[in-house]
Design a protein. Structure first.
Length: 402
C-alpha cells in the first residue's frame, strides 16, 4: 500500500486517524522526516533533473556543440556547430576570414566561463587541396595558430575512432594554414581503436642560432629561433642559469612570466621572415628546454635522445603536451647544431611528464634554409561532448581571462 501524504496535511491526518502513530515507535517524528519527507525530496529531485535534461534555451540564444579530447594532457575542443560558412577558398584565407568575422565566438568558447586560459580549439573545414581529406583551423586564448601538432593527433584519433572514415583507412591528409599535413594512425589489431598517431609536419628549420639579448627584468638570455609550423624562441635552461627555473609545475607562474618577458624582447628586436608565407612571420611562443627527468632511461634505445621542454604560447598559455610544432622546431635546431642525425629520435617530455617522439623523416630545403621534415608521434583520448549556450543578456558573453 502507498500513502501519499501532503506536508500540510500531516498534522490533521495523524490527529484524526492515528493520534498516537507519531508518538510511538517505529512511527516517530524522526521516522516521518527520514522516510516520508525524504521520499518527497527524492521525487522532487528526480523531477528537477528530468526538467534540466529536457530544457531547451530560447530561440534567440546562441548554441554551440563541441567534442572534447586531449593529447598528452593538452585539451582540444572541436567545434561541431555554430561555426561560420566560409566564403574564401584557401586555408590561409579561411583563417583570415575567421579572425575578421568570428572572433567573438572564439572568445566565448576558449575563455572562461566556458573555457579557460589554456583551452585550445579547432574547426574542421572542407579540404582546400585536391588530395586532402579535410582542413582545420586552430584557435586559442589569444587568436589563431597556423599549425598544431597535438591538435592533428587529436583530430585523427577522433575522426577515425568515431567512424567518419572506414576502419581500412589509417592515413589522412589535412590542410592546415602552415601547409598540408599527412598523418597515420596505429590501430589495435582487434578493436581497430587508434592507439597513437604519427604525422609528417611541414619543413622545419633553424631561423636564428645562438643569439643573446638583454631581457628587462631577467638579464642576458641565450636563445635560438626555430620554425616547426610556427616560430618559437628556444631557451635552454642549462645554458641560462640566470633564469633559475625547473621545468616542473611548481615553477608554473615563473615559467609564464619569464617566457612573456623574453617573447616581448625578441618581438621588439628581431624581424622574422618565412621564405614562403608572410602570414607565418610572427613569434608564436617561447620553449624552455632542459634534461628529461621522468623518462625511464633503463629502456632507452641507442638511437634515442631524451629532452624535456615547456612551451609557453599565445597569451601566457602553457602547453601540457610536449607541443608537436615545438618538438618539430627543436629537432630542426638539433640537426642544425649537429647533435642529431637521420635515424635518431628525440623523446621529449612535457611539464606533466607526457611524451612525444620525433625523428627526421627526410631532409629538405625551404627557400634559403636547410630544413627537415619531422615525423611526430603521440596519443590522444576522447573526453566528452559538450553543449554551450549564450544568453544575449549575459554581460560576460565574450568570456574573460584571469
Amino acid at each position: 500500500m502507498v500513502w501519499i501524504i501532503s506536508m500540510d496535511a500531516k498534522s490533521s491526518f495523524c490527529d484524526a486517524t492515528v493520534p498516537n502513530m507519531l508518538q510511538t515507535p517505529p512511527y516517530s517524528e524522526l521516522w516521518y522526516q527520514r522516510r516520508v519527507r525524504g521520499s518527497l525530496q527524492k521525487v522532487m529531485l528526480s523531477n528537477a533533473i528530468s526538467v534540466l535534461r529536457s530544457w531547451q534555451p530560447p530561440e534567440n540564444w546562441l548554441k554551440f556543440i563541441t567534442f572534447e579530447c586531449h593529447t598528452a594532457g593538452e585539451p582540444l575542443r572541436i567545434i561541431l556547430s555554430g561555426s561560420p560558412e566560409f566564403t574564401t577558398k584557401s586555408i590561409l584565407q579561411k583563417r583570415k576570414e575567421l579572425k575578421e568575422t568570428w572572433d567573438s565566438k572564439r572568445k566565448l568558447l576558449m575563455r572562461e566561463p566556458r573555457g579557460h586560459t589554456d583551452m585550445y580549439g579547432a574547426i574542421i573545414t572542407g579540404p582546400t587541396s585536391p588530395d586532402s581529406d579535410f582542413g582545420v583551423l586552430f584557435m586559442h586564448n589569444e587568436g589563431y595558430s597556423t599549425m598544431c601538432g597535438h591538435g592533428i593527433i587529436a583530430l585523427v584519433t577522433v575522426v577515425l575512432n568515431i567512424g567518419i572514415f572506414p576502419t581500412t583507412k589509417s592515413t589522412l591528409k589535412i590542410d592546415a594554414p602552415a601547409g598540408q599535413i599527412s598523418a597515420s594512425a596505429r590501430r589495435d589489431p582487434v578493436s581497430s581503436k587508434v592507439e597513437s598517431v604519427t604525422f609528417y609536419n611541414v619543413p622545419s628549420f633553424c631561423f636564428l642560432g645562438d643569439k643573446t639579448l638583454q631581457v628587462p627584468g631577467v638579464g642576458p638570455i641565450r636563445f635560438d629561433i626555430g620554425f616547426g609550423g610556427a616560430f618559437y624562441a628556444y631557451v635552454d635552461v642549462r645554458q641560462n642559469p640566470i633564469l633559475n627555473l625547473e621545468l616542473i609545475p611548481k615553477y608554473w607562474s615563473q615559467i609564464i612570466n619569464k617566457a612573456q618577458l623574453i617573447k616581448t624582447t625578441i618581438i621588439n628586436s628581431i624581424n622574422l621572415k618565412h621564405p614562403l608565407e608572410k602570414d607565418l612571420e610572427f613569434l608564436y611562443g617561447v620553449i624552455f628546454v632542459g634534461d628529461a627527468v621522468h623518462i625511464d632511461e633503463s629502456n632507452k634505445k641507442d638511437n634515442e635522445i631524451y629532452l624535456k621542454n615547456v612551451c609557453v604560447f599565445a597569451d601566457g598559455q602553457i602547453d601540457r603536451s610536449p607541443c608537436g610544432t615545438g618538438v618539430s622546431g627543436l629537432i630542426a635546431l638539433e640537426k642544425h647544431k649537429g647533435r642529431i642525425t637521420v635515424g635518431q629520435r628525440l623523446v621529449v617530455e612535457s611539464i606533466i611528464n607526457t611524451i612525444f617522439k620525433v625523428e627526421i623523416a627526410r631532409l629538405d630545403k625551404i627557400g634559403e634554409f636547410e630544413a627537415v621534415v619531422p615525423r611526430v608521434e603521440g596519443s590522444a583520448f576522447i573526453t566528452g561532448r559538450s553543449e554551450f549556450w549564450v544568453d544575449p543578456d549575459d554581460p560576460l558573453s565574450q568570456g574573460f581571462l584571469l
